[in-house]
Design a protein around this ligand. Structure first.
Ligand SMILES: Nc1ncnc2c1ncn2[C@@H]1O[C@H](COP(=O)(O)OP(=O)(O)OP(=O)(O)O)[C@@H](O)[C@H]1O
Length: 578
């Protein structure tokens, strides 16, 4: 089996921000400007204790003018602070929203080009969560917490610098007590929190998967009596998620150890400061600066402890998102940076590629394919289909007919062997060229939420109503569309007009007519068709086939009887022809 990239349940959490940085490429200037504003805003806060300290010393010296200057500077700082904080907040959230939007677009783009094999291999709920909830969480974080995080980080850094300027001795004492203790606390926290938060995100993904399964297969679960099984599974996943959330919350309590560190640091500072003042080595104003600034430092640390859970959650979400982007990056992507691996064999995503003739031979050469390692489904199957030929593929369930159809239409790439159209390996063709030449009408055509017209128009080039109506008329399907409540404008899909399996295939055939491919592969619906729909399908297929190659995965004897050439498959091999 070809190596298939899979999303990791616990993606690499190391250097997440560094790995995310290349994705900020287009917004780097904005990010830097926002950061500069944030630093300036923070500086106005950090300067306050220094100005108060200077004021205290002027007061003790009886320097009235100096005191008034300090008061004026404090007032100016307060105004400047207001202005700069507001500006930095606006800038940050604007740039952050842009980055999130670009990430969202990139995810959509990557998922739309991701190989079918990759998409089928992932639990759909988990994929959905990464592509939606986790990006939404990131957006919320950017809006609500990022400005605070930057302010806190800036305050911690700038305050330390200012204190060293005042008294290296007191500042060193502060750091000697404060920094090692905080590092120990943070290390303990990281050790407990990294796996806990990753497990919580993975558990949430599992809940989403189970939930999605219910929505998708509710009919089967109800009629088959499987509701209890599902409920048990859902409760089990919910319980796992609850326990994972409790564990990550417990890891947060480690951060409260920081308060013990705060108490010890204040005590050391007051004892040492008092002694230095008594010895005349520092002024009272300097001790005031230290006391106020240390308070600020502790406030920041306390705020940081409140934010740290949110930051952790966001970093885990970001790591999962980067994992998704790295796993879906195809060979053609320039890639955001060296940390991105390039796993899925991006099939048929070439942007250019050779052009092929409007009618050509379809040549399947010794293709092998496995979904799961060690369980080969097609074992070196070869088949040549001439232009304009009508071929039926028959065989028992599980013989590999649908798999072959997906290989022939380029939805899967063979593990070995190749599929050629007009002498070209499908892998060499651009996505547009491939879609122009080979079209699959699947067994179950999926509807998007919208009108029949919206659904019929889901082909390259977004055809207008006139073109769609002409295609409907060409396939002799006007009586069918006219019979629907609003004709072509009838809403279809969930909660709207229900269409039968055969009618869904009619939609697939109209789409094929709009594309005008050289090869049409029709995976016949297995459901029983009412006589009207069966007749419409027959007429539409006959009209459509004209001079193009038609491959029908035949589930009905009547279809097999009508086809001049029938290939019977069994266990991934051609069993017989005729
Ligand atoms: N997404 C998948 N993951 C794993 N195994 C799969 C997947 N799709 C199909 N298979 C397996 O591959 C084998 C061939 O399936 P395939 O659908 O191609 O057969 P088929 O001849 O089209 O059957 P049917 O007539 O029932 O549609 C089967 O054993 C099936 O269980």
């Amino acid at each position: 089996m070809a190596e298939q990239a899979r999303l990791s349940a616990s993606p690499d959490q190391r250097a997440v921000l560094r790995r995310a940085w290349p994705h900020l490429r287009t917004q780097r200037r904005g990010v830097l400007a926002a950061l500069a504003l944030s630093v300036a805003a923070t500086a106005t806060t950090v300067a306050v204790p220094a100005v108060i300290g200077a004021g205290v010393d002027r007061l003790l010296d009886g320097d009235r003018a100096g005191l008034m200057t300090a008061v004026a500077v404090l007032t100016a700082l307060a105004l400047l602070r207001l202005l700069l904080f507001r500006q930095s907040e606006i800038r940050l959230t604007t740039v952050g929203e842009r980055v999130v939007r670009e990430l969202r677009d990139l995810v959509v783009e990557r998922l739309s080009r991701a190989p079918l094999r990759f998409l089928e291999a992932q639990p759909s709920g988990d994929l959905l969560r990464r592509a939606t909830t986790e990006i939404a969480d990131l957006a919320n974080f950017v809006r609500a917490q990022l400005p605070d995080v930057l302010t806190v980080a800036g305050q911690l850094l700038l305050t330390t610098i200012v204190l060293f300027g005042y008294s290296p001795l007191l500042a060193s004492a502060l750091l000697v007590v404060f920094v090692p203790a905080i590092i120990v606390v943070l290390r303990l926290f990281k050790k407990a929190a990294d796996p806990a938060f990753a497990a919580e995100a993975a558990a949430a993904g599992r809940v989403a998967t189970t939930y999605r399964e219910l929505v998708q297969s509710h009919e089967m679960l109800r009629t088959g009596g499987g509701t209890d099984f599902w409920r048990t599974r859902f409760l089990r996943d919910g319980e796992r998620r609850y326990r994972a959330a409790r564990r990550s919350q417990r890891s947060l309590s480690l951060i409260s150890l920081a308060r013990v560190v705060q108490g010890a640091t204040t005590a050391v500072l007051l004892l040492l400061g008092g002694r230095l003042v008594a010895e005349g080595r520092v002024s009272v104003g300097t001790v005031v600066v230290f006391v106020l600034a240390t308070r600020q430092l502790f406030d920041s640390a306390a705020q940081a402890s409140n934010l740290v859970g949110q930051v952790k959650l966001t970093l885990v979400g970001l790591a999962r998102l980067l994992d998704l982007l790295a796993t879906t990056a195809s060979r053609e992507d320039p890639g955001p940076g060296p940390s991105v691996v390039v796993p899925p064999r991006g099939p048929y995503t070439g942007r250019s590629g050779p052009l092929t003739a409007a009618r050509g031979v379809l040549d399947i050469r010794a293709v092998r394919y496995s979904y799961l390692s060690g369980r080969e489904v097609l074992h070196g199957l070869s088949l040549r289909v001439e232009p304009g030929e009508r071929l039926g593929l028959a065989g028992p369930t599980g013989a590999g007919k649908t798999t072959l159809a997906k290989l022939v239409t380029g939805l899967y790439t063979p593990d070995s062997g190749s599929v050629h159209y007009d002498g070209r390996d499908l892998r060499e063709l651009s996505a547009a060229e491939l879609r122009r030449r080979v079209v699959l009408v699947p067994q179950r055509v999926h509807l998007i939420d919208g009108s029949l017209l919206d659904n019929l128009g889901l082909v390259p080039g977004t055809p207008d109503e006139k073109r769609i109506a002409a295609a409907v008329a060409r396939l002799d399907l006007e009586d069918w569309t006219r019979g629907l409540p609003d004709g072509l404008r009838t809403r279809v899909g969930r909660g709207a007009e229900a269409l039968s399996a055969g009618e869904l295939q009619l939609i697939g055939l109209v789409r094929a007519a709009l594309v005008d491919p050289a090869v049409l592969v029709l995976d016949e619906a297995t459901a029983d068709l009412d006589p009207d729909t069966a007749r419409r399908l027959e007429i539409a297929v006959d009209t459509l086939r004209a001079d193009r190659t038609l491959i029908v995965i035949a589930h009905r004897e009547s279809t097999i009887e009508r086809l001049p050439r029938v290939v019977r498959l069994d266990d991934g091999m051609v069993l017989a022809e005729g």
